[in-house]
Design a protein around this ligand. Structure first.
Ligand SMILES: O=C(O)[C@H]1NCC[C@@H]1O
Length: 227
């Protein structure tokens, strides 16, 4: 039986793969392989009104995120009020949208800052988990360490030489949920020769089954476009 994600991908002849362990009774570990992930800018200075000049890394791990040590705002991701972290991160995303133009090698519609990930600054390798909180879209707070977020963090750690191919790092968030993120393959992606495919794993739970139907005369159900 295949034992690594790469072997599984070869087995199914696919580039996209999510795997859920299931013993016939109970679900278990869940893992997926990311899209090509890459660093767009390291140590980018952004002027965030009310906070001053903040230094962020910007990278893509399925979406573009700014990754920043919460200490720059006088905050602590394990102790500060979540609303304070949400405001600082949201204001940073808003400021970046005005102060940097992003590009993506394949999809221009992905070329925007989707969120800001506040971290404990523990980027250098450790067997201990590093904590982060991801504030994304319209200032939503992720209840998990964020799949695309820990992909992004792994791409940055790889680029900085803090994480090697095949080396796992643990990420946790306020709810206590932990994800593992591991760069598994270096790839060339557009102009990025240091892009990586990242494997993210966590734990999944079965929540239910739905069956959807489209009746023949359901015209709206077929989709519509308002403009
Ligand atoms: O885990 C993820 O990647 C998603 N959760 C919040 C941000 C992304 O949409």
């Amino acid at each position: 039986m295949p034992t690594t994600m790469t072997e599984e991908m070869d087995r199914y002849n696919t580039d996209i793969l999510g795997i859920i362990d299931y013993d016939g009774v109970k679900s278990g570990a869940v893992r997926f392989k990311s899209v090509p992930s890459f660093v767009f800018a390291l140590d980018f200075k952004v002027d965030v009104p009310g906070y001053g000049t903040i230094t962020v890394d910007i990278a893509f791990g399925g979406a573009f995120y700014a990754v920043v040590d919460a200490k720059q705002y006088g905050l602590d991701v394990t102790k500060s009020r979540v609303t304070d972290i949400q405001k600082a991160a949201g204001d940073t995303t808003d400021a970046l949208k005005k102060q940097i133009k992003l590009t993506h090698p394949e999809s221009s519609d992905l070329a925007f800052v989707y969120g800001t990930i506040m971290t404990d600054g523990k980027d250098m390798y450790s067997e201990e988990a590093t904590s982060n909180i991801c504030i994304f879209a319209d200032r939503q707070i992720d209840r998990s360490p964020c799949g695309s977020g820990v992909t992004t963090r792994a791409a940055i750690m790889y680029a900085r030489g803090f994480l090697n191919l095949g080396q796992s790092r643990q990420f946790k968030c306020l709810t206590g949920t932990t994800f593992t993120s591991k760069p598994i393959r270096k790839v060339q992606y557009g102009p990025y020769d240091n892009a990586v495919i990242v494997e993210v794993s966590g734990h999944g739970y079965y929540t239910g089954t739905s069956v959807y139907t489209l009746e023949e005369d359901d015209v709206i159900g077929q989709g519509f476009l308002l403009n």
